[in-house]
Design a protein around this ligand. Structure first.
Ligand code: NAD
Ligand code: IPM
Ligand code: MN
Length: 357
């Protein structure tokens, strides 16, 4: 069971270290770890944020555990050399088109949420974010417009096949959850979203005919969805949406749970290994340069990402549940990082989780 560990920048190495300590505490037989450079650190050492050796290491592994990339000192580099291109490049190169971002307010920990207790208690959803298309990967550039001004442009598009394959992921997820899918788009304005919505509808009709599937589908504009996530979250079970909308709504969802330091993610494609499905696992947060190097980061999102890795890439459901329960117990026992108004540091949080495994 080969894991490529890519800690990256800022708090990436700090939170990854704690996730590795948790994995180590489980004493799983047959795990081999490989560590690679990625992001600003890789740019500084090798002249590229996603060196060929790192990409090869990721390809050769059964799963990738990723920290975060991004460094303010690289913000004015040409786009292709910026650290963020490394994670975008990995997603694209490895065809990890489906990003699963589960967001649930922890039972009994509604107080961590800024939502009213009744809303917080009903907050339990999965965002299925398309990850290799949309305006993220379209042509883009800078030009001079007719008025002689600089103008930036980014091409947004979705093909029907891209929409179908992410719809299928959402359907399968809904079958194991509450049986409801909300497709989020901006079909009142965007042609990309019109094709998205029509394709989801077509897919839903086919599934209904094929297996009499009882998945309830509805559609919502993204602006309304942002509002409803805060005012009436219990209506959501699985949200399926495009790359950009999913990016934004998942940060919002993390805040509803309590902090961005709590939300894990799994990025999946369709490659099966002998151990499970190949995937890349990362917290949804970034490199948090404002707190990097201070031992203050909350590693829970990365530790929960490692749990998702055990579940999806190694079919180790019991071990995944053990990690998730230990995180929930630590929170219930009052273990809180600065992001949750507490004073526990990154390492102390890791240790508290290991004690509870
Ligand atoms: P961010 O997620 O890094 O930080 C946003 C805020 O949340 C900051 O105040 C930060 O201190 C806090 N925060 C984030 N994670 C935390 C944690 N685990 N514990 C405690 N507090 C935490 O977003 P940003 O500031 O917009 O971006 C910083 C850099 O990270 C940028 O370069 C951005 O491009 C990059 N980024 C990378 C990824 C990724 O690698 N997948 C994701 C998002 C942002
Ligand atoms: C995320 C991040 C990335 C994204 C950035 C760093 C490219 O915000 O993983 O949510 O926009 O996908
Ligand atoms: Mn994001």
């Amino acid at each position: 069971m080969k894991i490529a560990v890519l800690p990256g920048d800022g708090i990436g190495p700090e939170v990854t270290k704690e996730a590795l300590r948790v994995l180590d505490a489980l004493s799983l037989p047959g795990l081999t770890l490989f560590e690679g450079d990625i992001g600003a650190v890789a740019y500084k050492r090798h002249g590229h944020p996603l060196p060929a050796e790192t990409l090869e290491m990721a390809r050769a592994a059964d799963a990738v555990l990723f920290g975060a990339v991004g460094d303010p000192s690289c913000d004015s580099l040409e786009r292709h050399l910026r650290p963020e291109q490394a994670i975008l490049g990995l997603r694209k190169e490895l065809d990890l088109f489906a990003n699963l971002r589960p967001a649930k307010v922890f039972d009994g920990l509604e107080e961590l949420s800024p939502l009213a207790p009744e809303q917080a208690a009903g907050f339990d959803l999965l965002i299925v974010r398309e990850l290799t298309g949309d305006v993220y990967f379209g042509d883009k550039g800078e030009r001079v417009n007719d008025a002689g001004e600089r103008e930036g442009w980014d091409m947004m598009s979705y093909s029907a096949s891209e929409v179908r394959r992410i719809a299928a992921i959402a359907w399968n997820a809904a079958k194991t959850r509450g049986g409801r899918v909300t497709s989020v788009d901006k079909a009142n304005v965007l042609e990309t979203s019109r094709i998205w919505r029509e394709t989801v509808l077509e897919y839903a009709a086919e599934q209904g005919v094929k297996d009499g599937s009882s998945i309830a589908l509805d559609h919502m504009y993204v602006d309304n969805a942002a509002m409803q996530l805060v005012t009436a979250p219990s209506q959501f079970d699985v949200i399926v949406t495009g790359n950009l909308f999913g990016d934004i709504l998942s940060d919002l969802a993390s805040a509803a749970v309590g902090s961005i330091g709590l939300l894990p993610s799994a990025s999946m494609g369709s490659r099966e290994t002998e151990h499970g499905t190949f995937g890349l696992y990362e917290p949804i947060h970034g490199s948090a340069p404002d707190i990097a190097g201070q031992g203050k980061a909350n590693p829970m999102a990365t530790i929960l990402s490692a749990a998702m890795m055990l579940r999806h890439s190694f079919r180790l459901e019991a071990e995944a549940v053990r990690i998730e329960a230990a995180v929930a117990k630590a929170l219930a026992d009052g273990i809180r990082g600065g992001d949750l108004g507490g004073s526990h540091g990154c390492e102390a949080i890791g240790s508290a989780i290991i004690e509870r495994l």
